[in-house]
Structures are given as structure tokens and as C-alpha cells.
Design a protein around this ligand. Structure first.
Ligand SMILES: [Zn+2]
Length: 469
């Protein structure tokens, strides 16, 4: 079974084919946009969750798990928030045979589930900062065409929520989130940009939103997460306040940080090729697959040697398996290439006699041999090399995905960078007249100097726009 569609030619269909053939997800479940996590895909997601947990635990966040349902009365307390989510939430209206007095929202995100509890938990400045997170499924009634991991109605989601005694301390949290992000993304070998979203595109109720975007091969961008500063926009309606050192009651400043299963979608889109999925070693359920090369009369010797090699690599912490199915080596190569296994090891009689293992790297097809005696050290160093090469290649692609333009007339299929005076009027013009999504301005100053592409006023801010996925 080989991949039929080429990535460059039709990215969307190529993507769907990879998801299916690599057995990452089964979308035949009878609710559109609610897919089944099959074992291989779920193992990849679990690795991502593990890295997120590690980083949040390391930075003093505590994991919690809140109920799925939110009373309508709580959901409606922050006005912009309800407006933003009105059209895309699921409602529970009945319990058994009874109609509910207060309808329940199936969480689209957990601000309104958590904040009534925060108002009970936070009493004094000694309770701050409060830093919690959860990894749960959220639900949004997506009306656009659904796509595995990228646009679904049941979303595997990570969200952290923090409360602080000042705006500055909340800002420090945002900066910490960037460090967490960088460390997680390194494991995924994924590049990204941080863009401060426009006021009309920020999270409903936020003071500001930083979108985390990755460039996809079709010239569009995929938002894989976001970080928000809320100031006191939620703490006032939800009455989350504390007594400061002078005995005065003040509202907390809040932040949130969210990422989702879209990270899996980004990994597929950024790293995959015409042979299938390409997994970063840190995510791969199987990091090294061993293929026995058997010929007449040597099956026992070769099988013993491959089992022994697998045991040694697993003992050294490398996730390794032997493919001893009764099939030709060539069809086994295809099988594991489609599934993106980073490292293929081959062991035949001649290799054993020479004390060597033959290897092939999935990311670039590079081949070679190493001494069986040093297998643990060698395999580990090749896997590290694969991760470095994948990260570097992906950043290079991200950089070349952006193009500076002087006009938005017939723009290239790229992420466009141009001068924008920051005025809302010019922003809407960019979106409406040219059918683009204005992604925002770089969160970190990038030294841009130019003129607004609409009104011509001098500006030190660049705008980024693209067709979004
Ligand atoms: Zn302007």
C-alpha cells in the first residue's frame, strides 16, 4: 500500500490519505467531526500530552479536571465570551424525561466552568499566583468542512488558567508560556510564529491574544494554539478577588494558554512527504523498526540476532520493535515508511558476520551501517541527528513561507508580510477587499519599517495575512 497523492500537488487530499493509511484516526464514527483516536494516533497524542505535562509541572502548574458541563447562568456572565461562542456550543436541555430549568453547556473551553470555583479558592494575596491546567476534550459545533485533527467537533485540548495579583505578574506568565511553548515545539520539531491578533479576532473576553501559527505547505497557516491576557475582564463578572497586603480587595489578573490536537495535524502537514508520515523521534510510538533479512537456512540465527538487538535498544530507552511478519522486506519498508517510523534497521546474515547493522533514516532517506556492539549509542545518536535535521528543515520552510509584498492584488500563495498602520479601518480593508485573514502583528518587534499597504502612512509594524486553513 503506497501513497498515491503527491503532497505538492494536492495537499488537502494528501493529508486525508496520510491520516487514513498511517491509521492515525478513524472518521467513520457516526457523528461528523467526532473521530475515533485509534491506537497509533493516540500514542502520538499521548507523547505530546506528556511533554506538555512535564513543562507545566516544571513551572509550578497543578493539573486538575473540571466537569464537562457548565450551567447556562455561569456561561453567560462575561458578555463578549457568550457572544463569541453562541453559535458553536452544544446544549444539554434534558435530563432523563425532564426538561432542565437551567440548560447546560458542553464545554467549548473552561473559563466559565473554572472561574466560579476560582472565586471560592482565591481569598488572599497568599493564594496567588494560582496556576492550574487540564487536558480534556472540548466540544464546538463546527459548521465548516471538518478535517481530522485540524477542524473537529470534539477536540482533545490542553488549557492552563492562571490568576495573578497584578497585570505585570500576569504578563510574566505570558512570557513563561512562551518558554514552555518553545520547549514543547522543539520535541515536535515544529516551527511557529507569535502574532498578536487584531482586536476583532482576539479571544472573546480577552485583553489581547497571541496566536501561535505554523505555516502549512499549501501557503496557508494553521493556528496551533494561543495565549491570552485577560486583565480583569473575567475576574470582575466572576468576582475573583483577593485581599492585598493593605487589606484592600482587588480583582485578579488572568491568563490562559491553550493548544490542541491540531499539533498532530501540524506534524503531519509540516514533516510528511510523498511516502507518508514522518514522525519526530520524540513522538514516534516506534522509534526504530528492525527488519530481519532472512534467506534459506539462516532464519533462527537472524531472528535471534534481531530479538537480541531489539531487547538491547528497548533497555536503552529506545522504543523498538522487530517486524517478523511473514512478508517481503520491501513491503515492510512501505508499511513503516507510511507510518513515519524515524529509523529502520536491517539485519541479515552478512551483517551479522560483519558485526554491522544497516540503517535508513526516514526523514531524508540517508543510509549507512554501524557496529552491532555499539548499537545503543549509535541508534541514539542517529535519532538525535534526525530530530535536529527535521527541526532545521522545518524552520527553513517556515522562513521561506513568508513573502514581503508591496501590493495585495493577486498575492502569491504564501504568508504575506506588509506594512500596516494598525488602524482598524485599514485592517478591515485588507481582509474584505482581498479575502485574506489578517493574522496580526509580530508579538516581538521585528524591526520592520515601511508604509501601510492601504493608506500609505509610515509604520514600524508589519501585518501578516494569509488564507487560513
Ligand atoms: Zn493604514
Amino acid at each position: 500500500m503506497v501513497i498515491i497523492i503527491q503532497k505538492e500537488e494536492n495537499f488537502n487530499e494528501w493529508y486525508n490519505e496520510i491520516v487514513e493509511k498511517a491509521e492515525l484516526s478513524d472518521k467513520r464514527y457516526p457523528i461528523k467531526g467526532m473521530n475515533v483516536w485509534t491506537p497509533y494516533g493516540w500514542k502520538i497524542m499521548r507523547h505530546i500530552d506528556t511533554y506538555i505535562r512535564q513543562e507545566l509541572d516544571r513551572t509550578g502548574h497543578d493539573e486538575v479536571c473540571f466537569p464537562l458541563l457548565i450551567p447556562e447562568t455561569e456561561f453567560k456572565k462575561e458578555k463578549d465570551h457568550i457572544k463569541g461562542f453562541d453559535a458553536e456550543v452544544y446544549w444539554v436541555t434534558h435530563a432523563g424525561l425532564n426538561e432542565l430549568d437551567v440548560r447546560l453547556v458542553v464545554r467549548p473551553t473552561s473559563e466559565t466552568a473554572m472561574y466560579p470555583m476560582f472565586s471560592l479558592w482565591v481569598r488572599s494575596h497568599t493564594d496567588l499566583p494560582l496556576k492550574i491546567y487540564q487536558i480534556v476534550n472540548t466540544f464546538r459545533y463546527e459548521t465548516k468542512q471538518t478535517r481530522s485533527f485540524i477542524r473537529v467537533r470534539e477536540i482533545h485540548f490542553f488549557e492552563s488558567h492562571t490568576c495573578h495579583d497584578s497585570e505585570e505578574d500576569a504578563q510574566r506568565q505570558v512570557e513563561e508560556d512562551f518558554v514552555i511553548l518553545e520547549r514543547v515545539m522543539k520535541k515536535l520539531c515544529l516551527p511557529y510564529s507569535l502574532l498578536r491578533r487584531t482586536d476583532w479576532d482576539k479571544f472573546p473576553g480577552a485583553y489581547y491574544t497571541v496566536g501561535i501559527d505554523t505555516a502549512m505547505p499549501n501557503g496557508r497557516t494553521l493556528q496551533i494554539g494561543s495565549i491570552h491576557h485577560y486583565r480583569t475582564n473575567f475576574s470582575e463578572p466572576y468576582n475573583i478577588s483577593f485581599e492585598d497586603a493593605n487589606g484592600e480587595r482587588r480583582f485578579v489578573h488572568q491568563t490562559t494558554y491553550g493548544m490542541s490536537e491540531r499539533l498532530v495535524g501540524a506534524v503531519i502537514g509540516v514533516h510528511g512527504d510523498d511516502k507518508g508520515l514522518v514522525l519526530p523521534p520524540a513522538l514516534a510510538p516506534i522509534q526504530a523498526i528492525i527488519i530481519p533479512i532472512i534467506s534459506k537456512g539462516n532464519a533462527d540465527t537472524v531472528n535471534n540476532a534481531t530479538q537480541d538487538l531489539s531487547r538491547r535498544l528497548n533497555d536503552a530507552g529506545i522504543r523498538c520493535q522487530v517486524d517478523d511478519r511473514d512478508e517481503r522486506p520491501g513491503s515492510k519498508y512501505f508499511h513503516w515508511e507510511i507510518r513515519g517510523v524515524p529509523l529502520r534497521l536491517e539485519l541479515g546474515m552478512r551483517d551479522i558476520e560483519n558485526g554491522l547493522v544497516t540503517y535508513a533514516r526516514r526523514n531524508d532517506g540517508q543510509k549507512g551501517t554501524f557496529a552491532i556492539a555499539d548499537a545503543e549509542k549509535e541508534a541514539e545518536s542517529i535519532l538525535d541527528g534526525i530530530a535536529d535535521a527535521m527541526l532545521q528543515a522545518a524552520w527553513e520552510k517556515q522562513r521561506t513561507a513568508v513573502q514581503d509584498v508591496e501590493s495585495l492584488q493577486d498575492p502569491p500563495e504564501k504568508i504575506l508580510r506588509f506594512g500596516w498602520c494598525q488602524e482598524e479601518e485599514c485592517g478591515h480593508e485588507i481582509e474584505d477587499r482581498f479575502d485574506l485573514t489578517l493574522l496580526g502583528t509580530p508579538y516581538n518587534d521585528d524591526g520592520y519599517e515601511g508604509k501601510c499597504i492601504v493608506c500609505g502612512k509610515a509604520t514600524k509594524k508589519a501585518g501578516y495575512a494569509a488564507r487560513s486553513m
